[in-house]
Design a protein around this ligand. Structure first.
Ligand SMILES: [Zn+2]
Ligand SMILES: [Zn+2]
Length: 280
């Protein structure tokens, strides 16, 4: 009995699909959360995780729905959101992202000498993109520099569900990719603009969350992360003004006002805030 139980536990798939409506769901396994929308006009997928995890979603969608893949969208260029693009080659000939996301993906792939492993966006947008897919109206929005300089929000208007990619780390210390144009002060403005554009009924999906926290939620996850960013900047600014060195600032173990952000990685936003505030 005991042995069989262990065996069963080991056979459980490491990935998880959660349906938010009849047509829209999220897939989590490793890296950034994937969202998908099924319709008679084809399946739309937002983000692609990794080459070894994307096929799990593809196989499951083929099992559940006999629909072609219509469109793959990237929220931004990071490898935990785009390296799985390659799994969609041959399934959809359309990959869509913000223009800066494509430029970043190319730059990084050239530097890493792995361009042959990329499936680049072949459609790009600047400020907004709109497309009717089945009963859905899909809108892509860009509000400026934040986690990178190419973060898009993808809104399924009919269902009122928005994938904000890595614009929100729900109770987890974020990556701030200054090498790709990230800016924490602008990030706050981007979240303000997003909160204005969406409403209190919008369900938000985000790329990452802390232990025991969800990768989806109400406007609250945007508001509290916005507050977190402000608290990080305030903490670092106060310490700079008190004459503390970068090394001393990096010793902080908590962000005052945002105690729910725990776990590793606090040095990432502290470093970014320090560099941003000192123009390093
Ligand atoms: Zn990510
Ligand atoms: Zn990212």
């Amino acid at each position: 009995m005991g042995k069989q139980k262990i065996l069963n536990a080991m056979q459980v798939d490491p990935w998880k699909i959660t349906m938010l409506t009849d047509d829209i769901g999220i897939f989590t396994e490793k890296g950034g959360t994937i969202a998908f929308h099924c319709s008679k006009d084809g399946i739309t997928v937002v983000d692609a995780q990794f080459p070894d995890t994307a096929p799990h979603l593809i196989a499951e969608l083929k099992k559940r729905k006999d629909q072609p893949f219509r469109l793959l969208i990237n929220t931004h260029h990071h490898g935990d959101h785009t390296s799985g693009n390659i799994a969609f080659k041959g399934l959809t000939d359309r990959v869509l992202a913000h223009e800066n996301s494509l430029a970043n993906q190319k730059r990084v792939a050239i530097a890493n000498k792995n361009e042959d492993k990329q499936y680049y966006p072949n459609q790009i947008f600047g400020k907004e993109w709109h497309e009717d897919i089945g009963k859905e109206k899909v809108g892509l929005y860009y509000y400026g520099a934040a986690h990178t300089n190419g973060d898009a929000i993808i809104h399924f208007k009919h269902a009122n569900i928005a994938h904000v990619g890595d614009l929100v780390f729900n109770r987890r210390h974020p990556f701030v990719d200054r090498s790709a144009g990230a800016n924490m002060q602008s990030w706050i403005n981007v979240l303000d603009a997003a909160m204005k554009n969406f409403d209190n009924k919008t369900i938000f999906i985000c790329g990452h969350s802390g232990d025991k926290y969800e990768v989806k939620g109400s406007k609250e996850i945007l508001l509290s992360f916005r507050q977190y960013l402000e608290n990080v900047l305030k903490l670092v600014d106060n310490q700079i003004n008190a004459g503390k060195s970068k090394e001393e600032i990096l010793k902080s173990t908590e962000i005052p006002g945002s105690p729910e952000w725990k776990g590793d990685g606090i040095e990432r936003p502290l470093t970014a805030a320090y560099e941003e505030l000192t123009n390093a």
